[in-house]
Structures are given as structure tokens and as C-alpha cells.
Design a protein. Structure first.
Lengths: 210, 210
DNA sequence: TAGATTGTTAATCGATTAACAATC
DNA sequence: TAGATTGTTAATCGATTAACAATC
């Protein structure tokens, strides 16, 4: 695989390619051409081939792309075969929803612990095998277990402080659901935001009569 | 306000501008220059001015932009002062999290009803004043109350069928949390996706050693 | 007035699309 | 081999950045 860093738009499109390829694989499709895939995805053959070429020669002239091979390749690129531990901060409704519904293992993660401030939750389980700990013990937990990433499902006000504590302990990857722009120093910190409010506002924009 | 349709990148940036402007307003800041705002947002003065100019002349030479005026203008553009009813489909963990935590009213919506398939939930309340109804009654509810949008917080398999039923009844705006690409006809249907899996995969991509 | 800062035009950059020779 | 389809180069398009005259 290629070590050059990719254009951001390509990186953002990767999960979608992966999703379609997994789907095709599960339907038993063996091979697909850039044109057919583009049609499925409302993209263009040119873009598909241009994007894929970032990762070397994945196809074969006159044949197209082998679906299983390509899905596996993209899976590797995206890290879905890794086993990285992730901790969840904030065992409220959203944290519970994610712990319960979200299949971390499908994306190369496993949920190893949860944290909250509420004493009545301590040492209960957010989901089978995943205990909720006192957030006061965050630092000692991280020191011991070295989780690689954290999900932030807490209130706006607590999120910044908590993110700083995580970064101070060496957690470099934050999956942030709090409606705040985290300000963190360190060039190798990655914050990936899921911003419900931005999303509904884009929909809202289209609803306004103009 | 302007009736031309905006470039998609500008539309995606609007909620973020709005967020920063509201923040500044709440801090009592009266005016701000494109340069200062850009610095705050890790953007550029050029981009800020170019983006703002899509909406007419919002600033004043030598002065900058009035924060309250600009926040109000963007609020109008984004529709946050509207009062549009939205229904929630799928009263599982995620649906409950959103019904409970998400402040719809802040973004120009109010949650008017929820729907699920589980009989034990019928006529219970997902949140104060918002009843959960039998999804079988979706069509009759829509006919009567004409909700303008719907939040989809249900499983992958149910989402497509449900989306089709909504569209058939005239609901044109779907806020989709299901991990599926909804295929819907109709040129004026807007689907806004919140795709947890794509987001975690982008983070995962950056975690892979390369 | 002088300084600051806009709105807008022009220049640059990057991403998408088109074209086509290479080749399976 | 002939047809299909890639990988890649070149052309186009659109978005970002820079520059500057207008003006508060």
C-alpha cells in the first residue's frame, strides 16, 4: 500500500466505497467495473478509477475489479481488521445508544470501558462486559490499559476539559459527539466530529423557502 | 436574502459560522472582522468574506461585521426561527437519546410524535408530551398532522421501507441515522445522513500506521 | 482625514471529468 | 484475436486564496 497522504475528499469517500463493496460481496457479486460501481453510487467511472489509483493497480484491464479482493484491500486501508481499544466517556442516553447498538468490532475497535461522573453508575455495566468507572479514575485506567481512542458522548461544558485530560494521558484519537469545537494542541491529535446540529441545520437550510 | 443556490461547500460551512457567531454573541462581542473570525475558526479572511458575500453586503468597510446582526441573518438563512414539526421513527436507544438530549427547538423544529413497532411502547411517552405510536398508524398520522420532516433511528433493514412510506405520504425531508443509503425517487426529496460508521472509519484510517 | 476593513475581481490551486493508449 | 476496461495523462471546472479599489 501507498504511503503518500491522500487528498481529504478521497479519504472521506473511502468508507462509502467500502460499504458498497461489502454489500456487493455479500450479494455474491464477483467482479465489477468502475462504470457499474459508479452507476450504483451515483458517481462517475472516472472518479472511481482516479480514486482507486491512489492505492496502486487494483483492477485488471478488460475485467474490472475483483469485489472480494477490493473489499479486503479497502478494509485494510481503513483498518477494520485492527483490534484497537476505545473507551467511552459519558454514559448518558447517547453513550448507551452507541455502546448498545454500534458494532465497534466491525470497524476494528472494541469498547473496553466507560466513564461517567454519576456514583450510582459506578461498577454497573453499560453493555455486557463493559463496566462504567468513576471518571476520577480516568488517568489511572489509561496508564494501565493504554486505550488508543475515546468516544466523547458528554455535555458541551465537560467535553473540552475531558478531551484535554485524555490528550494529556496520550490518547490521540477522539471520536467526538459533543457539540463543541475541541481546541487541543499537538500535531498528531485526530478529532473526528459527529455533529448532529450541523447536519440538521443543513437539512433545515434546504427546507427554507427561497 | 439571495435566491441563487449556493455552492455545497458554503452550505456545509454555514452551521459552523452560525455556531461561532452565537458563541461570540453570548460572550458579548459586538463586532468582528473577517480576519479575527477566520483566526478563531482556523479559516482565512478571504474565505470568510467570499462566503459571506453570497448573502449580500453584510459588513461595513473599516468596521467589520456586527455579530448580533450577522448571527440573526445566518439564523434566518438556516431556518432556526421556523417551527417545523418533525417525527421520530424508531424509539430504540438512539431514538431515545435524540428525543431526550437534542434541542430541536434551537434549530427550528419541534418533535411532535414518535413511532415504533413494539406494542409495549404504544402510547407511552418517549419524552414529555411526545407519545410513541404504532408504526402501522404512520400514514393516518401524517395525513392528519402533516409533519414536515422525520428522523430515522431504526435498523438498516427497516429504514428503506419506512423511508418509502414517509415519502409516499409527502414527507420530503429525512434526517437519517440508519447505516444505509436510502434510494428514493423524487427530485425534491432531501436526505441528510448522519453516518456514525463513515465517521469512525475516517478516524480509523488515520490510526493505521503507514 | 487616515486607518481599517470590506466586497469583488483576478490568480492560483486542486479536484473532477474526459480521453486514450496500454493491456488483459 | 477482438472487446472490454483499466491506469494515467490532459483538459476542464470549481473552489480557495490573493490583491486591491472602494468606502466607512
Amino acid at each position: 500500500m501507498n504511503k503518500r497522504s491522500l487528498p481529504a475528499p478521497v479519504i472521506r469517500r473511502l468508507p462509502r466505497y467500502f460499504r458498497y463493496l461489502e454489500q456487493l460481496k455479500s450479494e455474491g457479486v464477483e467482479r465489477i467495473s468502475s462504470g457499474k460501481l459508479a452507476e450504483l453510487m451515483s458517481s462517475t467511472a472516472s472518479q472511481v478509477r482516479q480514486d482507486f489509483s491512489c492505492f496502486g493497480k487494483l483492477g485488471q484491464q478488460g475485467y474490472g475489479y475483483n469485489v472480494a479482493k477490493l473489499a479486503a484491500e479497502f478494509g485494510d486501508i481503513l483498518g477494520v481488521n485492527e483490534k484497537r481499544s476505545i473507551i467511552l466517556i459519558g454514559a448518558g442516553h447517547l453513550g448507551r445508544a452507541i455502546a448498545t447498538n454500534f458494532d465497534f468490532s466491525h470497524y476494528g475497535f472494541y469498547l473496553s470501558a466507560a466513564f461517567d461522573v454519576k456514583p450510582e453508575l459506578f461498577e454497573t455495566y453499560i453493555v455486557d462486559g463493559v463496566a462504567i468507572h468513576d471518571i476520577a479514575h480516568l488517568e489511572s485506567y489509561i496508564e494501565l490499559y493504554k486505550p488508543q481512542a475515546a468516544v466523547l458522548t458528554l455535555t458541551q461544558t465537560a467535553a473540552q476539559e475531558c478531551a484535554e485530560r485524555l490528550v494529556a494521558c496520550g490518547v490521540k484519537y477522539l471520536w467526538n459527539f459533543a457539540n463543541i469545537e475541541l481546541k487541543l494542541q499537538g500535531p498528531d491529535i485526530v478529532v473526528e466530529d459527529v455533529r448532529f446540529s450541523d447536519s440538521i441545520l443543513v437539512m433545515s437550510y434546504y427546507m427554507v423557502e427561497r
